[in-house]
Design a protein around this ligand. Structure first.
Ligand code: FAD
Length: 468
């Protein structure tokens, strides 16, 4: 009798370079791929219409790839610990292969499914593929302790061996005889699309994006090019990596050999770093990693928070970034740092408010990566640097990374007519000039929500009061 294996897909929505899928193909005559829509995730701590829509597009793309291989995606909705063993029993599979994850929820869920499968006599087999390295636990210091700081982690990570990138499998052994279910629509899940210009999800789109980046932006990525806001010269692969439409190993291989390849790999390493950090410190999901920073007296300022979210702070670079997020479900990394610093330092608002807002809109929103970056920019995370080092002046950052105002004019249309000399600090513009340019500050564009120098002093005092 023909043997059958299942593959439980989660955020590994591709067929190429998929160790779990390839292992299942090697072990059985027929492979059944299943995705379980888990409402606890969709409506839990970080619901997001834009990110869920992106995921549904990824699922449709995987289904297409599976059909090209004589199979199709099986979709279930409910508790994975119920649905996954039930499906395996229905198709006569003795093994279920899956890609190991790092986040607390995914790991707890994996344990529940493992237990339920074991009770039914079904074996769950985990595989690498989420990270560039197979085993993040191996990236430790000589004495076996975990790195707290990125730079030595990166050095050690570079030396870690890599597995070869795998081809997509061929025929999967035929379709299932059971009801395959269907991919639901966004509204059926009780969510709606909130961004107007999102990237399209899926493995095909991810590969096209990598090819485009290799022939375009990659050349300028190094030497600060990835920080130039006007060029939009980064890979834009983060949402594809988030849902596993492309693997970090494919990205590494894709950029290998180019002068900028090392700079891109360094960023991919940040992703491994944060995913591993949350695996080792699951409490970070709610608490500052630095215990001494758990007592910061954050301001309760809902109106300031709303102005930050809506891009109405009066600081053009902050507003441009926040409006890009609302329009695209994406924001350039440099601007993410500026708006993160602004929320936590200038406005003194709890980093968890920023983390939550980002998770509601970002297509690439990832519990570990978002949390790690928010803790980093709020100076409460694994790498304790002096607060002032991550207290960015939005004005200086704009002058440095968007000197001609291309990015700001793209996202803040009311400032388009301003001369460059006033674009970073429009409140300094004489009213007559504002009338000529069609933008009077206080009427057409907000006055700055805070004074930078005073906000900086307040922030330093707030952190100092919380103790070292
Ligand atoms: P590229 O510059 O082309 O980098 C290549 C890849 O490296 C990215 O696709 C991403 O997977 C990874 N990467 C790049 N920068 C970082 C970083 N700082 N940390 C971890 N991985 C990185 N990235 C997310 O993927 N999800 C998030 O939820 C997220 N939240 C963030 C929150 C804040 C406050 C900040 C400051 C950064 C956050 N980032 C997050 C990191 C970074 O901004 C995005 O990964 C990057 O902007 C994506 O654009 P890109 O794909 O063009 O990046």
């Amino acid at each position: 009798m023909a043997s059958t294996c299942c593959v439980w897909l989660r955020r590994d929505l591709r067929v190429a370079d998929h160790p779990a899928l390839s292992a299942a193909v090697d072990r059985a005559d027929r492979v059944v791929c299943v995705f379980c829509v888990d409402d606890r995730l969709l409506t839990g701590r970080s619901p997001s219409g834009p990110r869920t829509q992106f995921m549904l597009e990824c699922l449709a793309d995987v289904d297409r790839s599976l059909r090209e291989r004589g199979s199709r995606l099986v979709v279930r909705r409910g508790l994975p610990e119920v649905e996954i063993p039930r499906l395996a029993a229905a198709v006569g599979a003795g093994e279920i292969h899956f890609t190991r994850d790092a986040t607390p929820y995914a790991r707890a869920r994996g344990r529940r499914v493992t237990d339920a499968c074991a009770a039914a006599g079904i074996r769950l087999v985990g595989h690498p593929g989420l990270l560039a390295v197979d085993d993040p636990a191996a990236v430790v210091t000589g004495s076996g302790t975990a790195y707290q700081v990125f730079t030595p982690f990166h050095r050690r990570w570079l030396a870690e061996p890599r597995r070869a990138v795998l081809d997509a499998p061929g025929d999967l052994g035929g379709p299932v005889e059971i009801d395959a279910g269907r991919i639901p629509g966004l509204s059926e899940l009780g969510l709606s699309q909130q961004v107007s210009r999102p990237q399209v999800g899926g493995e095909r789109a991810a590969r096209a994006r990598l090819d485009e980046f290799r022939s375009g932006g990659l050349g300028q990525y190094a030497d600060g090019g990835h920080d130039r806001l006007a060029d939009d010269g980064t890979s834009r692969l983060s949402a594809y990596l988030r849902f596993g439409c492309i693997s970090p190993r494919q990205v590494e291989d894709g950029v290998d050999g180019s002068p900028a390849g090392g700079a891109v790999r360094r960023q991919v390493c940040w992703r491994d770093f944060y995913l591993d950090l949350l695996r080792r410190h699951p409490a970070n999901a709610r608490l500052e990693q630095q215990e001494a920073r758990r007592g910061i007296a954050w301001r309760d300022a809902p109106e300031d928070l709303r102005r930050w979210q809506d891009g109405l702070t009066g600081y053009p670079l902050v507003d441009a970034g926040m409006r890009q997020l609302q329009a695209e479900g994406f924001m350039h990394n440099r601007t993410r740092m500026v708006v993160g610093s602004f929320l936590t330092k200038h406005l003194g608002i709890d980093w968890r408010e920023g983390e939550r807002w980002f998770m509601s809109l970002l297509l690439d929103g990832d519990p570990a990566v978002n949390n790690g970056n928010w803790q980093w920019i709020a100076s409460v995370g694994s790498d304790p640097q002096p607060v002032g080092r991550r207290l960015l002046s939005p004005t200086r950052q704009q002058e440095r990374f968007d000197p001609d105002g291309v990015y700001v004019r793209r996202w803040v249309p009311e400032l388009r007519g301003l001369p460059n000399a006033y674009l970073a600090e429009p409140w300094r513009m004489p009213v007559d000039l504002g009338l000529d340019c069609g933008c009077v500050v206080g009427r057409d564009y907000p006055q700055p929500i805070v004074d930078h120098a005073r906000a900086r002093a307040d922030a330093l005092a707030r952190y100092a009061a919380a103790g070292r």
